[in-house]
Design a protein around this ligand. Sequence first.
Ligand SMILES: Nc1ncnc2c1ncn2[C@@H]1O[C@H](COP(=O)(O)OP(=O)(O)O)[C@@H](O)[C@H]1O
Ligand SMILES: [Mg+2]
Length: 318
Amino acid sequence: MKKNREVAVKVDNLVKRYKELVAIDHLSLEIYEGEIFGLLGPNGSGKSTLINSILSLLKYDQGEVEIFGQKMKPTAYGLKQQIGLVPQEPTVYEELTVYGNIDYFCGLYIKDKAERQALVEEAIEFAGLNDFIKFNPSKLSGGLLRRLNLACGIAHKPKLIFLDEPTVAVDPQSRNRILEGVKDLRAQGSTIVYTTHYMEEVEILCDRLSILDKGSVLVTGTSAEIISMSALDENIELEIYGMPNHILQELNDNSDISHMDYQDGRLIIKTKQGGIGLLGILHLLEENDLTPISVSSKKPTLNDVFLEITGKELKDNV
Ligand SMILES: Nc1ncnc2c1ncn2[C@@H]1O[C@H](COP(=O)(O)OP(=O)(O)O)[C@@H](O)[C@H]1O
Ligand SMILES: [Mg+2]
C-alpha cells in the first residue's frame, strides 16, 4: 500500500452520548482516499452512530470531523454534494417506483435532466434492477430493496460513499451483487466506508478496517496486519505415519511451536504466527523423506482476534 495517501475522512476524538450512554467514546480514525475502509463491530458497537455523526446527521458532544480536508458541519453543502449514504434502514418512497426513487435521490444533486437520466440508468444497471424499474418498493424482496437503497445512494457518483450494513438479511445473489458493486465503485475511484458485523465480508472486501466495540476502536489495519498482531496460533494438522522420534523431538524443541501431539498417524501442531509455519514443517518433513497423506492449516480469523480482545463473539445470533 502506498504511503502518504490523501486523507478522505479524519475523525478526531469524537464523543457522542445518548443521555448517559456513551455511544462513541473518544474515537479517532483516518480513512484514505480510494480505499474500502471497514468498520467491523457487533450490533450496538456504534457503527451507525459513528457514520451519522461523521455526516453531521447527528449532533455529537465533542470532537472534530474533516472530510477532504474541510471541516464537516450540517451546512457544508459543498461537501455533501460529494458524499453518498446508503443507510442501514432502506429509505425510499413507497409512492414512487424504483425508477422514480433513484431519479428523486439523484435529482437532489443533479439538476440537468439529460445528465440525470444517464446516471439513473447507470445506477439501475449497476444494481441489477432492470427488470423492476416500474415496481413500487413494497413489491420488492428484501434483497432487491437493499439494491434499490444502494442505487439511490450512489446514482449521483459521489466521491465518498458510506454503506451501513448493506447486506444484512439479503439473499446470497443480492449479497454478491452488492459486494461486487462496492468493488466496482472503488475501481471507479470512490472512497468507501463499509460497516458490517460479518468478518468474512471485511476480509474479502476491505483494504483496511477498524474493529469497533462499545464506541471505541480496538485496532486498525489490514486484516492480515490485525491477525498477525494478535498472539493467536495457527493450527496445523497432518496425517502422517511412521514419524521418527528424533523428528518429533526436533519439533517439540522448536520455540515457535506451542503445542504438539502425535497419535495414530495424526500430527497436531499449534505454531505462533510468523514462526516455522506450515511451510517450515513441510520442509522439515521433506528433508527427512517423510510425506504426509493430508495437510490442513487453520489460521486465526478476525473473529478469533475479536474474541481474544473482548472475550465475546462478533457474530449475532440471527
Ligand atoms: N437514538 C438512540 N437513542 C438512544 N440510544 C441509541 C440510539 N441509537 C443508538 N443507540 C445506542 O447506541 C449504541 C450504538 O448503537 P448503533 O450506533 O446503532 O450501533 P451499531 O450500528 O454498531 O449496531 C447502542 O448501545 C444503541 O442501543
Ligand atoms: Mg447500525
